[in-house]
Design a protein around this ligand. Structure first.
Ligand SMILES: NC(=O)c1ccc[n+]([C@@H]2O[C@H](COP(=O)([O-])OP(=O)(O)OC[C@H]3O[C@@H](n4cnc5c(N)ncnc54)[C@H](OP(=O)(O)O)[C@@H]3O)[C@@H](O)[C@H]2O)c1
Length: 310
């Protein structure tokens, strides 16, 4: 594993970290034992940073991570999120009272006295014109409830606004070879301000693993079934907003570029790591063998333009 500085936080985190949404829910049936095995394997592979959220399985993902921390002696930095418990996303919902309640829940689920990193969980765009909310987060840092904070965003424009707030330490954004806009308009600015970047949905919900087919079926409680048209949350999240059929066709083009001995997932992740503004990719891992596959990505030789543009 290789490590990169997470912005100005002083933490060095694994280039391949662990996305803990699927082990909480919304990705079909998962077993806690299999999820624990995946988490342990991640630590064995050198992962030291996990991304989760209060709403992933309503605390289930956070509780599994708390268990992991008890079972391991390595330092594991945990980034959680707050905001999606709101029945409707409004700026007013990000009140001091609500934020405190969400943070207290996460503290309990993660069995800790202070959260490492709290990210606002894709709040409405208008929130970035509300310095008061960031003032509340500053108070939470001062009061010792959280160490640092950042944001998870849907849009590049939100990312640009977020980093105007001086204590925003990280931005989590969808970034993969299907979604390249952050590299064009955001990365240079983030680098200038030394803001850490977490690349989420790095495998386009599994499309970039190359294993999905036209007739692949997804369980009823898997967002790849119920959110294809954005019925439950932002349409840009599932398959990273790419039409499924078009995505499959693009994947076949990418497959032709694959160096020998490299898996599609490793290739997709290595592509992301070619951008030095990115701190880490946070692929979702449900099973130990997926984690092992993904954690090999940093060892894939650097990709050359020639190979990519062939
Ligand atoms: N709004 C937000 O802040 C937000 C939104 C989305 C995601 N995230 C974060 O980003 C993380 C990653 O994004 P994501 O989970 O949406 O999608 P992703 O990483 O693009 O895809 C993850 C899925 O791909 C499959 N997979 C992973 N590695 C594999 C491998 N080596 N071989 C074959 N299949 C593999 C697994 O599903 P199957 O085995 O079922 O195929 C896994 O659940 C999440 O866990 C979460 O922490 C945050």
């Amino acid at each position: 594993m290789h490590y990169r500085a997470l912005g100005r936080t002083g933490w060095k985190v694994s280039e391949i970290s662990f996305g803990a949404w699927a082990i909480g829910g919304a990705w079909g049936q998962v077993s806690d034992e299999e999820s624990m095995a995946a988490l342990h394997k991640a630590i064995d592979c050198g992962v030291n940073f996990i991304d989760t959220a209060d709403v992933y399985g309503n605390g289930r993902s956070e509780r599994l991570i708390a268990r992991l921390r008890k079972e391991r002696k390595e330092e594991i930095i945990v980034a959680t999120k707050a905001g999606r418990r709101l029945p409707q996303q409004t700026v007013e919902g990000y009140s001091r009272q609500n934020l405190l309640a969400w943070i207290d829940d996460s503290l309990r689920h993660l069995s800790t006295e202070r959260l490492d990193l709290v990210q606002l969980h894709c709040p409405p765009t208008a929130l970035y014109s509300c310095p008061e909310v960031f003032g509340i987060l500053d108070d939470l840092v001062r009061d010792g409830k959280i160490r640092r904070y950042g944001v998870s965003v849907e849009k590049v424009e939100e990312a640009l606004k977020a980093i105007e707030f001086p204590n925003v330490q990280t931005v989590q954004i969808i970034f993969n070879c299907f979604r390249q806009r952050p590299a064009e308009v955001f990365f240079a600015k983030a680098k200038e301000k030394r803001v850490g970047i977490l690349a989420r949905v790095p495998l386009a919900s599994g499309l970039l693993t190359g294993k999905l087919r036209r007739d692949s079926a997804f369980a009823e409680n898997d967002h790849r079934n119920f959110n294809r048209r954005g019925a439950a949350f932002d349409v840009g999240e599932t398959f990273s907003g790419v039409d499924y059929e078009i995505g499959l066709t693009a994947v076949e083009e990418i497959r032709k570029l694959l160096p020998a001995g490299v898996s599609m997932s490793q290739f997709a992740l290595r592509w992301i790591l070619m951008f030095d503004a990115v701190t880490c990719a946070i692929p979702g891992g449900k099973r130990a063998e997926q984690v092992v596959d993904n954690c090999r990505a940093p060892d894939v030789p650097a990709l050359t333009r020639r190979r990519w543009q062939r």
